[in-house]
Design a protein around this ligand. Structure first.
Ligand code: HEM
Length: 396
């Protein structure tokens, strides 16, 4: 720590959760310019908005632990998931799931399965009608692909979507509202019962899924941990690809030149990468400070919780010109939408494959004259997770 570091971290009690949920980007822009390290009482955390600071925090897991005791995640998941573990304990559980996410499996197994899912889900969309692609494609497609990856294809799309939202609501239940935990407890009972059956199946007939990988190794992690990590993937593997897909479509349709160029040259990877940079599906993460340290010239005492805004990092003017614009032709600069460090998103390549290489091109192939009739009707929402609440498109 330098001796010039200042102990009085600035406070901004004008920032409300409602404003952050409606549109955090104007707030982040002001904070990056005026106060990139700021205590925000409404979220009970020190908020970090510059890319260099968020990256450093995410990478230094010894100083900035993922085990933030103030979050109700453990209560909601009835166990400590791998997302809240550090060091060897985290690595052991992450490695247990890793074979399912390996590039050879994406290429050799998931690509074919996801293509079939996309053919079915895009194929059933009605031609000539206006449909909400959020609820009629993005959410169920993400849910179905995830059931295969995890090894629980017996789960219905509706159950997956409900469990995911229930776990997210429980993990964000900072006010300890009893009904939210009652609902997450009930969902845990349903999931555990299904997983018990699925374990029997993958023991008898191993496959490429995460459940099979975790169950069939020589030295498996505890069953409770296997289940909680399948649950964290349910809680974290539906919203992000869903929100990314509708965000990308909205970005393209509100920038017709880019839409045309993207279709002409099949630039789906660039459209995807810019979409998640533009509106990061997971906007913020929390880390517990393990030792007194310094960030941006301020002393941050041990025991504080810092919140990294990867949403803001992805709009940092130090890295991006006109960051608030969707511009798939901007110079390629690494973004932080998938996080950094040991907890870097395990599903990154899966998400790219599902969206950029499978469903987006297929959707445009089937509906080459698709339109977005009312762009103003599309509302983005969310502070922790963010994306459009709906995307009504006319399919032709
Ligand atoms: C566009 C889509 C996605 C985005 C933007 C995204 C973003 C992220 C981010 C930012 C984190 C790190 C959170 C933190 O550091 O606290 C994360 C972690 C994670 N993601 Fe994703 N994600 C996406 C899709 C997926 C999918 C499809 C899966 C499939 C299961 C997945 C599984 C995970 C897991 C298991 C972790 C925890 C990794 C760990 O703690 O070691 N993600 N994701």
């Amino acid at each position: 720590m330098t001796t010039t570091a200042v102990t009085d971290i600035p406070v901004d009690d004008s920032i409300s959760i409602a404003e952050l949920t409606a549109n955090p980007y104007n707030i982040y822009k002001r904070l990056r310019a005026e106060a990139p390290v700021i205590r925000v009482p409404s979220i009970n955390r020190i908020l970090l908005t510059k890319a260099a600071d968020t990256k450093r925090v995410k990478e230094d897991w010894e100083l900035f632990s993922s085990d933030d005791p103030r979050t109700p995640m453990q209560r909601a998941f009835q166990a400590q998931t791998l997302m809240r573990k550090d060091g060897e304990a985290h690595k052991r559980e992450r490695n247990a799931m890793a074979p399912a996410f390996a590039p050879r499996n994406i290429k050799g197994c998931w690509h074919e399965i996801y293509t079939k899912v996309a053919e079915e889900y895009v194929g059933r969309l009605p031609r000539g009608e206006t449909v909400d692609l959020f609820s009629d494609l993005a959410a169920p497609y993400a849910a179905r692909c995830l059931t295969y990856l995890l090894g629980i294809p017996e789960a219905s799309d509706a159950d997956m979507i409900r469990w995911s939202q229930t776990l997210i609501d429980g993990a964000g239940n900072f006010g300890n509202v009893p009904e939210l935990f009652e609902r997450s407890d009930a969902a845990n009972i349903e999931m555990d019962a299904l997983f018990d059956q699925c374990v029997e199946r993958v023991r008898a007939d191993p496959d490429q899924s995460a459940l099979s990988a975790m169950v069939n190794v020589d030295d498996p992690i505890e069953t409770k941990q296997i289940y909680s990590n399948v649950k964290i993937a349910i809680g974290g593997g539906i919203n992000e690809p869903r929100d990314a897909l509708v965000t990308i479509l909205y970005g393209l349709y509100t920038n017709p030149d880019q839409l045309e160029a993207c279709r002409a040259d099949a630039l789906w990877d660039a459209a995807f990468e810019e979409g998640v940079r533009w509106v990061a599906p997971i906007q913020v993460s929390s880390r517990l400070v393990k030792q007194d340290t310094e960030i941006g010239g301020y002393v941050i005492p041990k025991g504080e919780v810092v919140m990294t805004s990867q949403a803001s990092a992805c709009h940092d003017e130090a890295l991006y010109d006109a960051p608030e614009a969707y511009n798939m032709f901007r110079p390629r600069t690494p973004h932080q939408a998938f996080g950094n460090g040991p907890h870097f998103c395990q599903g990154t390549h899966i998400a790219r494959r599902m969206l950029a290489q499978i469903v987006l091109p297929m959707l445009f192939d089937r509906f080459p004259n698709m339109t977005l009739p009312d762009p103003d009707a599309v509302k983005f929402w969310g502070f922790g997770f963010r994306g459009p609440l709906s995307l009504p498109m006319t399919l032709n």
